[in-house]
Design a protein around this ligand. Sequence first.
Ligand code: OMD
Ligand code: FE2
Length: 433
Amino acid sequence: MAIHSNGYQTGFGNEFATEALPGALPVGRNSPQQVAHGLYAEQLTGTAFTAPRHANRRSWLYRIRPAAVHGRFEPFAHAGFHNDFGSGPVTPEKLRWNPLPLAQPEQAVDFVEGLYTVAGNGGPEAGTGVGLHLYAANRDMDGRFFCNADGEMMLVPEHGRLHIETELGVLDVEPQQIAVIPRGVRFRIALPDGQARGYVCENFGALFKLPDLGPIGSNGLANPRDFEYPQAAFEDVEGDFELLTKFQGHLWRSDIGHSPLDVVAWHGNYAPYRYDLRRFNVIGSISFDHPDPSIFLVLHSPSDTPGTSSVDFAIFAPRVLAMRDTFRPPWFHRNIASEFMGLLHGVYDAKAEGFAPGGCSLHNCMTGHGPDAATFEKASAADLSQPDYIDGSMAFMFETRAVIRPTAQAMAAPHRQQDYPDCWMGLRKRFQR
Ligand SMILES: O=C(O)Cc1cc(O)ccc1O
Ligand SMILES: [Fe+2]
């Protein structure tokens, strides 16, 4: 069973129209008395009906059976994937993890089974915050579909491609590309390389959007036309399938006698999309000093406080550092925001070693951090007459307004680096009167 991509349409949040069978989309109305080809019309809203026009997101789906047609929900156990970020004490310690081990051949694990919750804040009930998860999988979702009613999901592959079949069409992504699947959209993931590993940000707050550019002007950072949305693609298949739904932090299952990937045509602006991080137009200092990493913002979910995001997704992409009389890597700092980082490729410029592709780190609110001792020694003696070319490296950060709470399983994980804080202990006193 596989649905092939019918290609993409471009432009962040555009009003798209796509049909996999000619004539399937109604013209001039959304809900005619009879839809062509005997399809059902169904609306999917991602914002309040009355959200301002510029922020309003909804799509009309023309499908073989409405989404309501499936068996009864019952709880589905998945101990590793949840939104239980706890309410007790949370350590201010600097934390780092080695990559989650790849799924082992003796155990077949699909994308959903392979989800592992590292940390998070807020939750689906609060309607703000994030769930931060990893995945490690080695088999296709077979006869199983997934849907997240708690938030949109940003998938950030680090190893292996993902073939993501959704109700609205297919997204193919490889490491250094991301996919965003809107809240409520049903999907199935196949692994063309047989192995996959990466990160997931589950966004409980406002939908991810592109940042305003202010004095940067009308171009730069992630450009809207580089966001790709699928053309409609469907299957007409019956069988004994399973629909898993994440609802209020827990998984539920129901039988479904047909594939829910049966949307023949759709139109609207609420749809899955992909973006290639290598298309990010990096802007930085061309005189002196290292700017704040907000300059590297790809997408953000705003909070109710102007200028303060619920979550920012920023990337550290290949770039040239030519600043004069400047300590070029990230400075030492303590921030009000909390920072969860991952590495997709290469070496991150603030950490000489120990931060591996597939690994992650957490520096919470006001926790002092910055370059490790080896990076500091190197960069404070570097020859600044030449530019530094940061090539072949891609790191990212989910930065949140609220403190990020690591899960009990992440704190106890064998792949947690217990000695991580030691990487700063070699920063000796340099002071001289
Ligand atoms: O801690 C980090 O490595 C992320 C980071 C990078 C940067 O360039 C400036 C601030 C910051 O938190
Ligand atoms: Fe930081």
